[in-house]
Structures are given as C-alpha cells and as structure tokens.
Ligand binder design. Sequence first.
Ligand code: NDP
Length: 399
Amino acid sequence: MGKALIIGAGGVASVAIHKCCQNPDVFEEICIASRTLEKCEEIKNKLAGSRTKIHTAQLDADYTEEVINLIKSFKPDIVMNLALPYQDLTIMDACLATGVDYLDTANYEPPDVAKFEYKWQWAYREKFAQAGLTALLGSGFDPGVTGVFCAYAQKHYFDEIHSIDIVDANAGDHGYPFATNFNPEINIREITANGRYFENGSWVETAPLSVKKVYDLPEIGPKSIYLMYHEELESLAIHIKGIKRIRFWMTFSDNYLNHLHVLENVGMTSIEPIEFEGRQIIPLQFLKAILPDPASLGPRTKGKTNIGCIMQGIKDGKPRTYYVYNVCDHQECYAEVGSQAISYTTGVPAMIGAMLMLKGLWKKPGVFNVEEFDPDPFMEALNKCGLPWQESFLPTLLD
Ligand code: NDP
C-alpha cells in the first residue's frame, strides 16, 4: 500500500517498526533514519525476513535540507517523526517542501525553553491545508490514545463531557534505583515543570508534583497519582464539547521522587548550560548520559501499565460516568517486540495512526490532533494490534 520514512531509532521507533513489519500489506517499504546509522541497522537486522522491505539512512533531522534530500531519494508516502520534539518543525518544513504527509508523537519544544505548546505546530495549519497534506500530531498513547478515547466517548456515550481525568499509571519495576522509562531529558523536563489543569475556561497552575491523590486502578491496585501538565490537555480543552474541567495524573513511586528531588536540588535537572573543564555542558544532558538507556530497561522490567480516561457528563439529560483504559504488561511487550510497555504503548499507536493515514481513513488537508478524526477505526485497530481497551460505566471518580 505504501512507503514510510521513520525518523528516529530509539525505544518508540523500534516498537513502531516491529509493528509496521507485522502489517506488511500496509507498510510495503520503510526507511529507518537517525543520526546513528548503527541503531537503524540494529533494528533492521532484528527484522530480517520481514515482508516489509527495510532501508536505513543516516540523517540529522535538525537540518531541513537533509530531510528534504532523504525524502526525495526514498519517496515515502508518509514521514513518521519518532525522533525528539526538537525536530518537529524541521521535519514538517521538509514534508511541505516535498509534498508528503506527516505524523509525530510529541509536540514541538524549543531546545532552550521547557515549554509544551501546540502553537508552533498549529501555525502550520494553513500551509498543510493549502498543500493538500495531512499532519497528524501526537499519535502516541498520551497524547494519542487518550485523545482517541475522549473522541470515542464523545461520539458514542455523551452529549456533553464535563470532566476528564487522564490517569497514567506505571506499576513496572526495572530494579534500578533510578531510571526513566523514555528519553530521560524529555521525561525530566516534563516532570519538573509546573502542574496545570483546565477549569471553567481558564488554566490553573500548581507547583510541580504538589497535588497528590490515591487511586485504585484496575489490575494494578491503589497508587499515588500526581497532577501534572500534559500536552493533550491543550487540544482536548478546545476539541471536547462542553468540557468544564480536564486534568492529567501520573503515578510515581516515593523512591523515584526522592531521587528526582535530590537531582533537582543539586542542579542536575537544569537545562541552563554551565562551564565545566573549559566547555559548556547542560546538566540534564549530562545526567541523561549517565542514566540507564531506556532501551536497556526492556528485559528487566516486570509489572503492568494502566492508562485511561475517567469521564463525567450528560447523555439524554441524565448524568453519566465512563472509564476507558488499556492495561499493558511489560514482559509480554518485551517477549513480542523486545521493548518494555512505555515504548510499546507509544510505538503501537504511532503505527496505527500512520496505517489509517496510508489507508486514506484519516486523511484531510491540514494539521490535526488525533481527537479531530473518527475514533472508531483507531479503537478497532488498538484491539487488533496489541493494545486492547476495557470500559466501565461505574468508575470511582476523582474529586
Ligand atoms: P529515544 O531517545 O529512545 O529515541 C530518540 C531517537 O531519535 C534516537 O534514535 C535518536 O538517535 C533519534 N534522534 C535524536 N535526534 C535526532 C536528530 N537530530 N536527527 C535524527 N534522529 C535523531 O526516545 P524515545 O524513543 O523514548 O521517544 C521518541 C519520541 O516519542 C519522543 O519525542 C518522545 O517525547 C515521544 N514519546 C511520546 C509518548 C506518547 O505517549 N505520546 C510517550 C513516550 C515518548 P540518534 O541520537 O542516533 O540520532
């Protein structure tokens, strides 16, 4: 059916590539490209024998010209940006210059300001619309599946959704005293930022990780959850009809938070450059270099994740509650694709988004978040592609 250029060869890309190869009728040819060619080759070698034809290329996606040249030589139907948020705009520019559809899993962030906002990418709406191209933003789990869950609830179960609580729980244990489950730099920038939620038309800020509750999650049990800002809140606050409050919660163990606080207190999570032995270094990038590579956590991580959306609203004039979630087992993911559940829960929806775009089911000119498309084919694909979801109409609500 089509050709995909996949930029990035980390944890998320590796899963997405495995999943593309499980759907060779859709992904006939792929090209894996990152700055380190060996990482691309390593993934290709693991998938030797796949019906999907795999190419590799060295690419620094910080440079639009390099991306344009690779697109011109490989001629993909879609570019899947599974590198880092810093490359979003250079890759979108290259897609516009060459007339190719675009997908990513995280919104653009300037390298020198820890700020998660869609404004930079939404500013491309007109250009993509005029070029007749589709850009699908945030097709991971959160953002991604969480937006699809909300769109599905809105389509089938509610006239108006009044509150949404997105709860992202990871009860996995990798046995290290401290490690992050995905790119440590991106992860720590996200966690050390102020919390923020949307209520009655405006945003309320909270100090980092200062709002805590305990929630009893299906298949995982009671966990401490902390209010955080997460990028899908920005788009869902706009796209979900009648929404009054939307919040995002994530689980952290006491051990994880103790380590994080110490690292913060000594300045290791800072993104301000410092002078060290005659050269400038960024403490957080140095920390990333000494922490375990998230890809190495796969074989060690045991336990499950549970990510879902708890909603309240009205249907036919009556109050209604709804909870839709996915439970994913770290070891089952590792057995299937050689990665833990965090990369798995992001890589699978990236593949599904690209598949729907290649099939023409999720295709319209412009720049869109996942909740702006019909959720049904995505929900169906989640059940078929390794992320089955469950629903309940009597969840415990968060006050
Ligand atoms: P990794 O750090 O494991 O992988 C990043 C990859 O990008 C590496 O292969 C790296 O390889 C490549 N890369 C970095 N810079 C460039 C560049 N300039 N040009 C080309 N390639 C580059 O990260 P993850 O796989 O964990 O995360 C990937 C993305 O997924 C991130 O944007 C992250 O924010 C997002 N994510 C989204 C989630 C969601 O649910 N929506 C959840 C988790 C992650 P090399 O250095 O060799 O170039």
